[in-house]
Write a protein that binds this ligand. Structure first.
Ligand code: ZN
Length: 623
């Protein structure tokens, strides 16, 4: 803090002045009718003020007004100077502050303001302190006491200073805050007073600044880029009274680059020693920035989401988008893969990457930091060329444990055990696809995100390929039901193998995915089938006989009356009555708390390692 250069007058001078005022009151009992007829010391002082400040004499009216007040002690000599100065400042004409300061000093001390003080006061005045502060300071000088003594008046100073005049250092700090950060325009005297009062009375500074920065960002509709380098520099300087270092600037910019909000960066600045020390030294309260946005609560996750989004969309996500993703993951960290898939396959992220191959290369580059080998992406490209979505493919690629390693680099544990549903059931459909029925079944599953398994007949795939593509895109499983619905027990080993592989090849050529489960036609199998089928054989625990009765109510009853956790239900996507039944069964099972899963998911949830050639009827209790 700067030392005050103007010192209070000596006590002796004060005592003399008090004695003098008594004498003055006695001497001037009568108000003079004009200053010419009856000149005295008070009228000389009035003339002194007018000639020095205005370069003219006071009018009779002005003279009489001041004479009475000065004589009655209603106004002190410094009070009169203050009042006249306010008048000067109140006019519309531009005021030369340097000249005004000198004039005030001349009136009060007989000399211009010393050069050493001119700069100080000039700075005060430029940064929100009023000229009353100068008058108050001058009224405490020996020189002013001498002047008062000469005119035989009491030198008492200004008794009431505005808040902004009480501590110029505080006012200058508040003025800069208002002008540079809070207002975006030079602070007015009223604003200075208001905010000085609030801060001096203990309101924390940080929250006020945070709110202002937020509002300014909203007003400018700039989203997140309000704090650029220039603004950070300014903000830091205003808040801490120091220049920001290169290191500190880097930390701030890294945070913004990682998608953290302006408030987060502001909170970082408001936690620095420089800020807290500076504000406390002024006798003010630093306060804290309250962080309310989800993305501010999880630095690592926000940084990751921001970078992934940027890598795929070629632009930063909005703060709102980031908040959404981070919020979702804070609620359930096990959703990381799902959220990443959802984010990277959003319209914005897909728009920039036109070719599927480029998309796949991007995925490998971002997640695994390498170029994929041709054979790795060949199957995905097959599927995508027939309409398998990038979303589905990405979900598949991210199942790789390497994903978890990559996430660990970001400080994120993605190996959260997925929630195991309480009750699971696998609906299965044989002998399709058949568009009029299969599509209706998929329509029934889709709103619930429900999955089922379709054991398809190979030679039907070409004619109804759109069904298979949609099955895959909805997360359903395509199982093998032989090429032409052969009864496998009538075939030799080679025949079994060929019937299965022909179907599997057809599924692969369309979707890029090989079936991993099969169902023997008619449910018949023997040791030759087991030995050559090359996949687990999936039978059933609930037979709806939909093909026999073609009665939807019968199917509904069979399923809803007998369903248990772990069941495998047999139906056929060939009959309209089956589709009718499924439209009732799916919501009803969901209502009962079942999660509808594929055969592979069922095995996963029940922790069953399915074996090739082994028959599975249900997964109720470990089979
Ligand atoms: Zn069949």
């Amino acid at each position: 803090m700067r030392e005050k250069t103007i010192r209070p007058g000596r006590i002796a001078a004060r005592i003399i002045a008090v004695l003098v005022i008594g004498a003055v009151l006695l001497a001037t009992c009568v108000l003079p009718s004009s200053r010419v007829e009856e000149p005295n010391l008070i009228s000389e002082y009035i003339e002194r003020v007018y000639t020095t400040l205005y370069g003219r004499e006071a009018t009779l009216e002005e003279f009489q007004g001041w004479y009475r007040d000065l004589k009655d002690g209603q106004v002190t000599p410094s009070g009169m100077v203050d009042a006249e100065v306010q008048k000067v400042l109140g006019t519309d004409e531009e005021v030369n502050l340097t000249k005004l300061l000198d004039a005030v000093s001349m009136v009060m001390t007989d000399q211009p303001l010393p050069e050493s003080q001119k700069d100080t006061y000039q700075t005060y005045l430029n940064r929100g302190v009023s000229i009353r502060r100068v008058i108050s300071d001058l009224s405490k000088t020996d020189a002013f006491f001498d002047v008062c003594y000469r005119y035989q008046m009491s030198p008492y100073g200004l008794d009431k200073l505005e808040m902004r005049d009480q501590d110029p250092q505080v006012t200058m700090y508040v003025y800069d805050l208002l002008t540079e950060v809070i207002n975006d325009h030079p602070a007015t005297a009223e604003e200075c007073n208001e905010w000085c009062t609030r801060f001096v009375n203990g309101e924390g500074i940080a929250p006020v600044v945070a709110e202002a920065v937020k509002q300014r960002a909203e007003a400018q509709d700039k989203g997140d880029v309000i704090l650029d380098e220039a603004q950070l520099t300014l903000l830091y300087r205003v808040l801490t009274g120091q220049e920001i270092s290169a290191d500190q600037m880097q930390v701030c910019q890294d945070a913004l680059g990682n998608g953290m909000s302006d408030s987060y960066v502001l909170a970082m600045i408001c936690e620095t020693y420089a800020y807290i020390h500076h504000v406390e030294e002024l006798g003010l309260v630093p306060g804290e920035v309250k962080l309310t946005e989800p993305r501010d609560a999880n630095y690592e996750m926000t940084g990751l989401m921001n970078r992934l989004y940027g890598a795929f969309a070629g632009q930063k996500p909005t703060g709102e988008e980031l908040n959404g993703y981070v919020q979702q993951l804070s609620d359930d960290p096990g959703q990381l893969r799902t959220v990443v898939v959802e984010m990277l396959t959003s319209t914005e992220c897909q728009a920039l990457i036109e070719s599927d191959e480029a998309f796949l290369q991007k995925v490998y580059e971002v997640f695994y930091e390498r170029v994929p080998e041709e054979r790795e992406i060949e199957s995905y490209l097959i599927g995508m060329s027939h309409g398998i979505t990038r979303e589905r493919v990405l979900a598949e690629i991210l199942k790789d444990p390497a994903f978890d390693e990559k996430m660990a680099e970001y400080g994120i544990d993605s190996k959260v055990t997925p929630k195991i549903p309480e009750k699971v059931i696998a609906l299965t459909f044989d002998d399709g696809p058949y568009t009029p029925v299969t599509m209706r079944i998929l329509d029934a599953l889709e709103p619930y995100g429900a999955h089922a398994t379709f054991f398809v007949v190979g030679n039907r795939i070409h004619n109804y390929s759109e069904c298979i593509i949609r099955e895959v895109n909805l997360g359903c499983e395509v199982g093998d039901h032989t090429w032409s619905h052969q009864t496998l027990t009538r075939l030799n080993g080679e025949g079994v193998s060929s019937a299965i592989n022909q179907c599997a090849d057809a599924v692969y050529e369309l979707t890029g995915i090989r079936p991993t489960v099969m169902r023997p036609c008619g449910g018949s199998y023997n040791s030759t089938v087991s030995a050559n089928v090359g996949m687990p054989m999936i039978l059933w625990s609930i037979d709806t006989n939909d093909w026999k009765y073609k009665d939807s109510q019968h199917v509904i009853n069979e399923v809803l009356n007998y369903a248990k956790d772990g069941d495998i239900v047999l139906m056929h996507d060939l009959y309209e009555t089956t589709a009718d039944a499924v439209e009732v069964i799916v919501p009803a099972l969901e209502e009962e708390g079942y999660t509808l899963v594929t055969i592979s998911e069922l095995a996963e949830y029940k922790q069953i390692e399915m074996e090739k050639g082994k028959a599975y009827f249900s997964m109720r209790g470990g089979n």
